[in-house]
Write a protein that binds this ligand. Sequence first.
Ligand code: ADP
Ligand code: MG
Length: 493
Amino acid sequence: MNAHSRPADPKKLIKGATGDWEVVIGLEIHAQVTSNAKLFSGSSTAFGGEPNAHVSLVDAAMPGMLPVINEECVRQAVRTGLGLNAQINHRSVFDRKNYFYPDLPQGYQISQYKHPIVGEGEIAVDLSPTEQITVGIERLHLEQDAGKSMHDQHPTMSFVDLNRSGVALMEIVSKPDLRSADEAKAYVSKLRTILRYIGSCDGDMEKGNLRADVNVSVRKPGEPFGTRCEIKNVNSIRFIGQAVEVEARRQIGILEDGGSIDQETRLYDPGKGETRSMRSKEEAHDYRYFPDPDLLPLEFDDAFVDDLKQHLPELPDAKKARFIAEYGLSPYDASVLVAERDQADYFEAVAKGRDGKAAANWVINELFGRLNKEGKEVSTSPVSAAQLGGLVDLIGEGVISGKIAKDLFEILWTEGGDPREIVEARGMKQVTDTGAIEKAVDEIIAANPDKVEQVKAKPTMLGWFVGQAMKASGGKANPQALNEILKAKLGIE
Ligand code: ADP
Ligand code: MG
């Protein structure tokens, strides 16, 4: 179902003094385009250079300088549009959005207004293993980033760093289809995953390479949309959720006191956990948009788009469906694995030609769990996919038990090495020699006549015998063989 016409979900409503309220959210995401050069100049986009080290005459808006479109940024925007299942516009127009700010030397930002490069699209967002929503995309347009004012460098002066001035951004505007803080967070996280798969934005929110303007309004279920406020530049997924929650509460408080919401631009202060007014909302006409006379309309043909489409990588939804079909994974495990492309690749390297479920289990529970605990990433994992695959093989062949495999994993993590050689050299092989197991079982039975009596009446006591025999074998007895031998000797079914 189209999320736009979704009926209110009682679970997601917010309780107020006068009844339940529904929150409505639409997001404008600014995603920095992955490209070596800026949108209209050849200057570097590298992060963290000396202030004003990456500034051309175009970026500094010297009189008479002309912008020249960077084709790579166009490609990235089209690739992203394809990943958002969106309409690609073969003709789009760059406009000047006029406003004054010290970090904007041109006095206007080159953006796209009436004719963006990408039109309507939609993405599927998983909220849980069983709940999925479709979120509409309104548009994606290309625009320039501004520079940065620095107020902390000098007691009486502010400085301006133009390194970021002119860097390409994609602004991705969602429809007002989101209905809770959790939905907003899941949407941003899915969008980020798609961008990272495509390679059109690195999604690094700490560096500000992905940031969100969060539009929030509230209404009684079934009523028309309320007046919205826009919370500017929220730079983490957690803060997006918090901003939605506190802003919805604030608006409900005002409305329930008989007040009304002023459409305005606000700021979220995570320290205080509140939003504050920055300015009343500006309207499009305030910006005096007009087509930039320095730039021709941007045009390309089908062949340009088709070529980009053919070279897109497999995207997360397709990969998830394939993991479920090909490796028999649960939707949940598949979602976890495809969230990052390098995680999915790692899993596939382990799973290829092996038991997919066992591979997923080891990758998700043991490897990701450990990486998480030690603050590492798949790319810096001490245990390679080949090593983990070797471990899964040894379990599959019955050479080691699941329990010993955990010890082996520990050795691989801390010391490295070839799994098969380690198992051989350190005598970790599972004992499948029934004679040896029988001997251990006989000894335990002989030493514990009282327990032998008890287990006849209470078969769950068998666990105690299994434990003892396992211990006697140093954890190496083949569990299946051990169980069978015990049952036979104790005479229980
Ligand atoms: P503007 O250009 O003035 O910012 P848009 O129509 O482009 O306005 O909408 C900006 C964002 O606000 C979009 O993401 C949209 O989904 C969202 N939005 C629009 N109306 C509402 C509303 N009533 N409540 C919450 N979000 C809204
Ligand atoms: Mg806007």
